[in-house]
Design a protein around this ligand. Structure first.
Ligand code: NAD
Length: 301
């Protein structure tokens, strides 16, 4: 039984950021009976939302006007902050009194806390609710969603999160879900780089990469990359998982910076962050994260 002020269909949801993840997530909200007013600077993304039954808006502020909740699914927290508070038509100024921001991007937790304080000062609520699972699970509506924030704010959004996710984990106060997301992605990135490096060393020695993958997957080296990425995206050189290397690099940096802010020595996260940064510089801003393997290949003299 939803709480009295819980947001349920057919409420209007403003959706800002209709990219690889945002567009299918908006589609799940529509399928659940919510009205979605969406904005993205990319015209094709707006057209795709309209084609699937949403309302394409000319600005983010227009998408937010009249909405019970606004979802941001943007590259990073700096962009979220500028969309919410900056420019000529800030979203925060367009939101209804008492409306809530559901910040679903993978953003930096300390910046999310400070955004929360700024929004509270103008009477707006916020939860951070980043997701795990990638494009495939966004399309299927089976994402894992972490959610942080005040208990009464979280109590308003379960129907919205359930439309997009199969599992929702409450992590604590505002920013805690963003911290958890960055730390998860750091661990995932470290596993990706280790697996790709090991397969390349093995191949140089004469091992078959496909056989290596099969053995890793029944051995203690098994991880998400060995199970779900090596054969699907890397050994076949498709490199088209849908998760950008720039985003992965940002996430590792958030985890490493969090350690610094907490005075926690975390040398391996810094090493992984520096490796990802060098790979990104080499491969360019549009590279898929699985292309760290291509970068490893280029290192061979
Ligand atoms: P994306 O680059 O495909 O989408 C981001 C969208 O934001 C783009 O369509 C872009 O045009 C739009 N945008 C940029 N600046 C904007 C602005 N000022 N106003 C409105 N829209 C703006 O990225 P994505 O893969 O959809 O990822 C979105 C977020 O989700 C990121 O924080 C990412 O780290 C996270 N994430 C991605 C995945 C994945 O597998 N792709 C998985 C989990 C989490």
């Amino acid at each position: 039984m939803p709480k009295a002020d819980a947001i349920v269909p057919p409420a209007v949801i403003g959706f800002v950021g209709l990219g690889k993840m945002g567009l299918p997530m908006a589609g799940r909200l529509l399928a659940a009976g919510f009205a979605v007013h969406g904005f993205d600077p990319v015209a094709d993304a707006r057209a795709a939302l309209a084609a699937s039954g949403g309302v394409a808006c000319a600005t983010a502020a227009e998408a937010a006007a009249g909405a019970a909740a606004v979802i941001t699914m943007l590259p990073d927290g700096d962009i979220v902050r500028s969309v919410m508070l900056g420019g000529a038509t800030p979203v925060a100024a367009a939101m209804e009194p008492g409306a809530i921001l559901i910040e679903m991007s993978s953003s930096a937790p300390l910046a999310t806390r400070s955004l929360g304080a700024d929004l509270a000062a103008v009477g707006l609520g916020i939860v951070d609710a980043p997701v795990s699972g990638g494009v495939k699970k966004a399309v299927a509506g089976t994402l894992s969603i972490m959610v942080g924030g005040a208990v009464d704010a979280i109590a308003r959004v379960p129907a919205i999160l359930a439309a997009m996710g199969a599992a929702v984990f409450e992590t604590g106060g505002l920013g805690s879900a963003h911290a958890m997301k960055a730390l998860n992605n750091y661990v995932s990135a470290a596993g990706l780089i280790a697996a790709c490096e090991a397969v390349r060393i093995g191949a140089d020695f004469g091992l078959d990469p496909a056989v290596m993958t099969d053995i890793l997957n029944v051995s203690t080296g098994r991880n998400n990359t060995t199970e779900n990425k090596l054969k699907a995206f890397i050994l076949n050189e498709a490199y088209d998982s849908g998760f950008g290397l720039a985003l992965m690099t940002k996430d590792i940096g958030i985890a490493a910076d969090l350690a610094t802010a907490l005075d926690r020595p975390a040398p391996f996260s810094r090493t992984v962050a520096e490796f990802a940064r060098r790979a990104l510089d080499n491969l360019g801003p549009t590279a898929d994260h699985t292309e760290v393997d291509r970068y490893l290949g280029r290192l061979k003299t």
